[in-house]
Write a protein that binds this ligand. Structure first.
Ligand code: HEC
Ligand code: HEC
Ligand code: HEC
Ligand code: HEC
Ligand code: HEC
Length: 357
C-alpha cells in the first residue's frame, strides 16, 4: 500500500515538471514547417557548446581564465533553456537546441535589473506572438508587445559583461547591440532588429493556417551572411595623381547596419586592404603587408581591451579598460587618406575584409 502511494506521488510530480518545461522545436516543426527549417539553419540553433565548436573552445578558455566564474554566466544566453531546467551540464536535448522556439515564444517579461538574467519565461500552452486573431488546436495564442518590438532581442543582445563578482569587466558596455541601435535614426523611424534580421514576406505560418500578408523569416542572418555584410558598409574610392604622388581618399560608410560594424563579440574585426598595381597586374604598393593592426591602424575597425595590469589585448572576461574602439558607428562616414609614389601605378583597388574570429 505504501509503495503504491509513493509511485502515485512520483507520477504527479513528473506531470508537474513536464508542465513547466520548454517544448522541443521539432514538435513545433510538425505544423510550422517553413519556420522550423529557417530556424534550424540559423545561428540561434547553433549557440550551445555541443553545436558550436568555436563557442565551446572560447567558453572553455574563459572558464580556465576565471577559475570557472564564467561557467553559468556565458551559458545564460548561449543555452537559455538552462534558466528553466537548470541543466547546466547541458545533458538534455532541449538544452542543446540553444535559442529555441519557446525561448522567444514563452517570454512574458523583461526584468529591468541588468545584473540579473532579464528574460522571464512562462513555458506551457500559451505561445506568444504578434497576431491577435490566430488560432491553433494544440496551443493557445496570445499577443505580446515584447515580441512585436525589438524588446524580445534586447535580453540577449544587450550588454554581456556585467559578471557580478568577477574581478573586472564590471562597468564596461561591450557587446550591447541593443544599446548601439537605440540612439540611431533607425530606431526613431521604427526600423528595429526584426526589420533587418526577420524580413517580412507573404505566406502561411502553419499547416492549415491562413495566408498572411506579413509573416517573418526565422533564419536571423548576421555576420556569417555575405549578403548582410555587403549591405552594411559602402566604400567610395577617389584617386588623384599630384606631383608624382598618388593621393587616395577612401570613404568607408556604415550605411546598412543600425548598430556598430562590427557589433557583438569583440573578436570581430573589419579592415581595409588598399593595393596599387602596375600594367602587369603586379602589386606596387599596399597599405599593409602582413598585419593591418600594426601597419595601418586607421584602416582597422575593432575594439581592444586591457586587463587590470594594463596588458593588451585582453580577453573580454579579463578586461578592465577599453583602450581603443574604432568600430564604425551607425551612419558614420570614416575618411581615410593614402599617399604613395605614383610610379608605374596603373590601377588602384580598395577592399574591406571582415574577420569573424
Ligand atoms: C529569437 C527569437 C525567436 C525564436 C528563436 C523563434 N521565434 Fe518565432 N517569432 C519571433 C518574433 C520576434 C516574431 C514576430 C516577428 C515580428 O513581429 O516582426 C515571431 C513570429 C513567429 C510566428 C508568427 C508567424 C511569423 O512567421 O511571423 C510563428 C508561428 C513563430 N514565430 C513560430 C516559431 C517557431 C515554430 C520557432 C522555432 C522553430 C520560432 N518561432 C523561433 C521570435 C522568435
Ligand atoms: C498542430 C499544429 C501546431 C503545432 C504542433 C504548433 N503550432 Fe503554433 N500554430 C498553429 C496554428 C494553426 C497557428 C495559427 C496560424 C495563423 O493564424 O497564422 C499557430 C500559431 C502560432 C504562433 C503565432 C501566435 C500569434 O498569435 O501570433 C506562434 C508564436 C506559435 N504558433 C508557436 C508555436 C510553438 C513555439 C510551437 C511548438 C512548441 C507550436 N507553435 C506548435 C499550429 C501549431
Ligand atoms: C537597418 C538594418 C539593421 C537593423 C535595424 C539592425 N541590424 Fe543587425 N545587422 C545589420 C547588418 C547589415 C549586419 C551585418 C554587418 C555586421 O555584422 O556588422 C548586421 C549584423 C548583426 C549581427 C551579427 C554581428 C556579429 O558579429 O555576429 C547581430 C547579432 C545583429 N546584427 C543584431 C541586431 C540587433 C539585436 C538589432 C536591434 C537592436 C539589429 N541587429 C538591428 C543590419 C541591421
Ligand atoms: C535567449 C537569448 C537570445 C535572444 C532572445 C535573441 N538572440 Fe540572437 N543570438 C543569441 C545567441 C547566443 C547568438 C549566437 C549564436 C552563436 O553564434 O553561437 C545569437 C545570434 C544571432 C544572430 C546571428 C549573429 C551572427 O553571428 O551572424 C542574429 C542576427 C541574431 N541573433 C538576431 C536576433 C534578433 C533579431 C533577436 C530578436 C528577434 C534575437 N537575436 C534574440 C541569443 C539570443
Ligand atoms: C547577454 C548574452 C550573452 C552572454 C552572457 C554571452 N554571450 Fe556570447 N554571444 C551572444 C550573442 C547574442 C552572440 C551573437 C553575436 C553577436 O552578438 O553579434 C554571441 C556570440 C559569441 C561568440 C561567437 C560565436 C560564433 O559562432 O561566431 C562567442 C565565441 C561567444 N559568444 C562566447 C561567449 C563567452 C565565452 C561568454 C562568456 C564569457 C559569452 N559568449 C557570454 C550573447 C551572449
Amino acid at each position: 500500500m505504501s509503495k503504491l502511494f509513493l509511485t502515485l506521488l512520483l507520477s504527479v510530480s513528473c506531470l508537474f515538471a513536464q508542465g513547466v518545461k520548454f517544448q522541443r522545436a521539432e514538435s513545433c516543426g510538425k505544423c510550422h514547417k517553413e519556420i522550423y527549417q529557417q530556424w534550424k539553419n540559423s545561428k540561434h540553433a547553433f549557440s550551445t557548446p555541443e553545436k558550436n565548436p568555436l563557442f565551446a573552445k572560447i567558453y572553455e578558455k574563459s572558464q580556465k581564465d576565471t577559475d570557472g566564474e564564467t561557467k553559468l554566466y556565458c551559458i545564460r544566453c548561449h543555452a537559455p533553456v538552462t534558466m528553466i531546467n537548470g541543466d547546466f551540464d547541458l545533458k538534455e536535448k532541449i538544452t542543446n537546441e540553444g535559442v529555441t522556439c519557446d525561448v522567444c515564444h514563452t517570454l512574458v517579461e523583461l526584468s529591468d535589473n541588468p545584473k540579473n538574467w532579464p528574460n522571464i519565461y512562462k513555458p506551457g500552452k500559451i505561445k506568444r506572438g504578434v497576431f491577435r486573431d490566430s488560432k491553433s488546436s494544440v496551443h493557445k495564442n496570445s499577443y505580446s508587445k515584447l515580441l512585436a518590438t525589438s524588446a524580445i532581442c534586447s535580453g540577449c543582445h544587450g550588454d554581456m559583461l556585467d559578471i557580478p563578482g568577477t574581478r573586472s569587466c564590471g562597468n564596461l558596455t561591450i557587446c550591447d547591440t541593443d544599446f548601439e541601435w537605440k540612439s540611431t535614426s533607425f530606431a526613431g523611424k521604427g526600423e528595429d532588429c526584426k526589420s533587418c534580421h526577420m524580413k517580412a514576406y507573404k505566406g502561411k505560418t502553419a499547416k492549415g493556417g491562413p495566408i498572411r500578408e506579413r509573416i517573418f523569416r526565422h533564419d536571423f542572418p548576421g555576420a556569417y551572411s555575405p549578403e548582410m555584410l555587403k549591405k552594411s558598409v559602402k566604400l567610395n574610392l577617389e584617386a588623384k595623381e599630384f606631383e608624382g604622388e598618388m593621393v587616395l581618399s577612401l570613404g568607408v560608410k556604415n550605411q546598412g547596419a543600425a548598430h556598430l560594424v562590427p557589433t557583438g563579440p569583440p573578436a570581430r574585426m573589419a579592415f581595409i586592404k588598399v593595393s596599387a598595381f602596375n600594367k602587369k597586374g603586379e602589386i606596387t604598393w599596399s597599405n599593409f603587408k602582413k598585419n593591418p593592426v600594426a601597419e595601418d591602424p586607421y584602416g582597422v575597425f575593432h575594439i581592444v581591451f586591457a586587463d587590470v595590469t594594463g596588458k593588451k589585448p585582453s580577453m573580454p572576461w579579463l578586461a578592465s579598460k577599453i583602450v581603443k574602439d574604432t568600430r564604425l558607428r551607425p551612419g558614420e562616414l570614416r575618411k581615410l587618406v593614402y599617399k604613395f609614389s605614383a610610379k608605374d601605378v596603373e590601377q588602384v583597388e580598395a577592399k574591406l575584409f571582415y574577420r569573424l574570429f
